[in-house]
Each structure stands twice: as structure tokens, then as C-alpha cells.
Design a protein around this ligand. Structure first.
Ligand code: HPA
Length: 287
């Protein structure tokens, strides 16, 4: 079956679970941040395992389902509770397949979130960092191979991988809600090992403020399709070698849980702003 046929089957399956509404945006919820989907109204959850051509496995702490629901009346979004990781052995195409499917269902923005190790010495565990740019150090790229011309160009521009407009919006929401929002560069590595202290020193030299094992593929796929991206990392630990502690997935999950309230406030604020902007532009059309 061709890639486009697979895409069409997944789109049709999800569409059957919707009541005719198109989706305005997609939020990918990282480790420990999945509960955000509970804030959506009139929500419907679809297990990945039932969606044609979605992969069937994910790590602990990820529910593995798509939750579709309303931020406000007429402003329906999808949340991914759990994502496919490159370190699980999936191809890059598999990792970005959901973003491509959701684009066919209408999404006009992508919000990516993740748990990450802090490299910038100013970041305490629990810090929320808005991603300004990334380093793709995964050793692969989801656009490698034949280009899907229907999705986007062969050589996509990456000069604004994280939308300036969405960053300004998030900054404003954070200020209004008195949430400290750090900013920085996210380095994406393949994992699944955490980094060595020498690797963390290298990453710091390269200009990284945070390090993680996700996000970069989905952001590349979104940029390919011309979808603006907002990225937020929850810094769950000091990167290896920057504190005396050994790293554990347990610690990552616990710290993300502690940041949940601030994270939810920030995300809800951004989505509510986008919803009211959309409502505003619709009413302008009506006048
Ligand atoms: N390194 C890589 N990925 C991570 C980390 C880290 O320190 N913390 C959470 N995800």
C-alpha cells in the first residue's frame, strides 16, 4: 500500500470518530504531561492501536491515545497522549506519521511538549523552557528518502522552526499568568541512553540549553507541511554530570508531574488565545 493510501486510511478512521468538525491544532504531550488532555470538553479518545498504520508500542508513562476535544465551542483540537520515539526502533516516517495524518484533518498549528534534561546552569528541575530552536543530533531526518510532494517541498526552510508569532503569544500568556518561562535551544538525540558527562559538555559547547530524545522529528515534519510550531520543554533534571544524581525515568516522571499545574495553565492560556483569535477572525468574515 502506498504512503498516501495509508495516510488516507488513518484519516478516514479518525474522521469517523468526529462529528464533522475540522481540527484546529495538535498538541503532543510528553512524558508525565499527558493529563492535559483531561481539560478538553466533549472529548473522544481513540487508542493508537485501533488507528490504521499507527504503531502499537510506547514507553511507560504514555497512554498511547489520541484525545479529540474542544478548547472552546467551535475550536476542536487533538492531543496525543504519548508519541512514537525513534529509540523504540521505529523509523522516522513512523514517528512523524501522526502529525502528517492530523494535518490532513485540518490542523493549523502544532504544540510539542517534552521532558528534557537541563544543560543551561540557570535551569532548575521543574523549569518550563520555550524552545527557540533545535539541534538535530539524532543522526537521521524524517524527510530522508523520496519527497512526498503533496506534503511539502524537497528542501524545506528551517529558519523559523519554532514560530515567532506563537513564541510571542506564549511569552505573553506566561507573563500574564506569572509563570517563569525560560527560553533556549533543544538538542534532540536518538537515545535511549541518557548522555554521558562528556556528551553534555559537548552539547553545551554546541549551544544547547536542554537535551531530549524526541520532538525534533515531529517539528521537521510540521515545518515541511508549513505548520507553525510552539515547543515547550519541562526540564525534569540537570543533564548528566551537572549534578551528583544518577538519572532515572522515575525522576523524570515525578518532576514533570510537579510542573503539571504551571504547564496546564500555560498551555490552556495559549490555546484559549488561539481560540479567541480564531473566533475574532470568523466574526470579521461575517461582517
Ligand atoms: N537527557 C535526555 N532526555 C531526557 C533527559 C535527559 O537528561 N531528561 C528527560 N529526558
Amino acid at each position: 500500500m502506498s504512503f498516501q493510501e495509508q495516510l488516507a486510511e488513518a484519516v478516514a478512521y479518525i474522521q469517523n470518530h468526529l462529528s464533522g468538525q475540522s481540527l484546529k491544532g495538535l498538541v503532543i504531550l510528553g512524558s508525565g504531561l499527558g493529563a492535559f488532555a483531561d481539560t478538553l470538553k466533549n472529548s473522544v479518545a481513540i487508542d493508537y492501536k485501533n488507528i490504521p498504520h499507527f504503531q502499537k508500542s510506547w514507553v511507560q508513562g504514555h497512554a498511547g491515545r489520541l484525545v479529540v476535544g474542544d478548547v472552546a465551542p467551535g475550536f476542536t483540537i487533538a492531543c496525543m497522549q504519548g508519541r512514537f520515539h525513534y529509540y523504540e526502533g521505529h523509523s522516522m516516517e513512523t514517528v512523524v506519521f501522526p502529525v502528517r495524518v492530523l494535518r490532513q484533518l485540518g490542523i493549523e498549528f502544532l504544540i510539542v511538549t517534552n521532558a528534557a534534561g537541563g544543560i543551561n546552569a540557570a535551569f532548575q528541575p521543574g523549569t518550563l523552557m520555550m524552545i527557540e530552536d533545535h539541534l538535530n543530533l539524532m543522526g537521521d531526518n524524517p524527510l530522508r528518502g523520496e519527497n512526498h510532494d503533496v506534503l511539502g517541498p524537497r528542501f524545506p526552510d528551517m529558519s523559523e522552526a519554532y514560530s515567532k508569532t506563537l513564541r510571542a503569544l506564549a511569552q505573553q500568556v506566561a507573563e500574564d499568568a506569572h509563570i517563569d518561562l525560560a527560553r533556549g535551544v533543544y538538542a534532540g538525540l536518538s537515545g535511549p541512553t541518557y548522555e554521558t558527562p562528556a556528551e553534555v559538555r559537548m552539547l553545551r559547547t554546541l549551544g544547547a540549553d536542554a537535551v531530549g530524545m524526541s520532538t525534533v522529528p515531529e517539528v521537521i515534519a510540521a515545518n515541511h507541511m508549513g505548520v507553525p510550531v510552539l515547543g515547550v520543554s519541562c526540564i525534569t533534571n540537570a543533564a548528566c554530570g551537572l549534578s551528583d544524581q544518577k538519572l532515572s525515568h522515575q525522576e523524570v516522571m515525578e518532576t514533570a508531574e510537579q510542573a503539571r499545574q504551571r504547564f496546564t495553565t500555560l498551555l490552556s492560556g495559549v490555546l484559549n488565545q488561539l481560540a479567541s483569535q480564531a473566533a475574532g477572525s470568523l466574526s470579521q468574515v461575517g461582517h
